[in-house]
Design a protein around this ligand. Sequence first.
Ligand code: FAD
Length: 460
Amino acid sequence: MPNASLLKEFESLIGKENVLTSEADRQCYSYDATPHAPVVPELVLRPTRVEELGPLIKRCYSVGFHIVVRGSGTNLSGGVVPDNRETVVILTNALNRILEINTEDCYAVVEPGVVTARFAEEVRKAGLFYPPDPSSMSVSTLGGNVAENAGGLRGLKYGVTKDYLLGLDFYDAEGQLIKTGSRTVKCATGYNLAGLLTGSEGTIGVMSRLIMRLVPPPKAAQAMKATFASTVAAAEAVAGIIAAHIVPCTLEFLDNVTLNRIEDFKGIGLPRDAAAMLLVEVDGHPAQVKEEAEAVCEVLRQCGGDVQMAGDAKERDAVWEARRLALPSLARMRPTCILEDATVPRSKLPALMTAIDGIASRYRLELGVFGHAGDGNMHPTFMCDKRDKDEMERVESAIAELFEQTIALGGTLSGEHGTGITKSRWLELEVGEATLAFCRKMRRAFDPKGLFNSSKIIGV
Ligand SMILES: Cc1cc2nc3c(=O)[nH]c(=O)nc-3n(C[C@H](O)[C@H](O)[C@H](O)COP(=O)(O)OP(=O)(O)OC[C@H]3O[C@@H](n4cnc5c(N)ncnc54)[C@H](O)[C@@H]3O)c2cc1C
């Protein structure tokens, strides 16, 4: 515990009620959405004004505390598990003001702790559209989304968080305010520090303000679902849609295990005997939607899909309910749920699906697969029990093989969940030693004492 005079300093900076020292409070910030072993931090600080971040960071850094900045803690890579017991967790959940929604120039300025769904809803009420929609959006923050470069169901057509980031401010290790980007659609001024902070997972600085791009909402949408007799046929349909140069806004995959676990959980009428299901939505101008829906339908049928179009808003919602239930339905099956994030070029999806089937049977593991098939981004989800040593060793080996095969297919370790602690040991396999050495040098330049989320991504 910091000494009394340091605690007093923090209290005078942010108010006594925002300096959390009790064991119970600190326990709450010892873990995130991954099964990593919790680490109780030394102290939790909850600034309520962004200007407080600079002096807080400067003081923590000079004392030598490890600093973990935390949005809502929903990340899936161990990103906010404290590095050690000398860690100070800085919460952003009280930095949650939407400062501006500009409907004329189509941008918004927000603080980092704004919850994604609240932001999307305020933007919608203003007549505009913020497309990135991670499944966690009712809880996750925009700061966490930028720091993980979060994706979502609409990534295929609309891109991911980075595609909506125009600029940002952040505090560096010395507590200095650094500004980058602009409210303009284009900005080629200086280094692209917003790009550097995107996906930086709290290892470079603490974001205090974000400028997000907004777009006009689509005028119409058409959802549909198709069932297949094999996962490879479904994967071929995805590759076929992409190869036909149609860009649905959403193209999602659920395998047989996932369909059955959803039925066990909620019984929403999904076919238990289908090997796989694709959920598709096209959006845009009504005429374009009609044409694209027909073209998608044609490809799905050519690949053996049994297609059902959503007739109205209720049926459209039913299509997406299946997708929303995928992770909760799998997660409730066993004590531990490990959600992976393998991503390959779309043409390689059939090969990835074959590889996953082989891995599951070789290591005798129970896993369900769902994901953003249109992005080539699959979430093989291992249902296991971390108390079972033998099973966890098999899971570990299966994940190692999954990554090796993903990279061999020209893919990447993470499509959207980031590196954190979970994937850092595999990074060299994908990028090589020279790249890791370069990143370590770069990181040291910004954080010479190695205190910003120090065990994450590459470690320091
Ligand atoms: C059920 C579920 C579904 C999910 N679905 C998706 C999905 O569809 N797509 C997807 O991409 N992800 C998904 N995720 C993962 C997760 O929600 C995202 O990674 C999200 O962006 C994390 O936001 P957060 O506010 O919880 O950040 P946290 O978990 O609190 O933090 C994430 C990282 O961001 C850093 N960080 C947070 N705020 C700042 C800041 N102000 N400055 C600098 N660094 C900061 C942290 O240090 C940490 O490294 C899902 C997670 C769950 C549990």
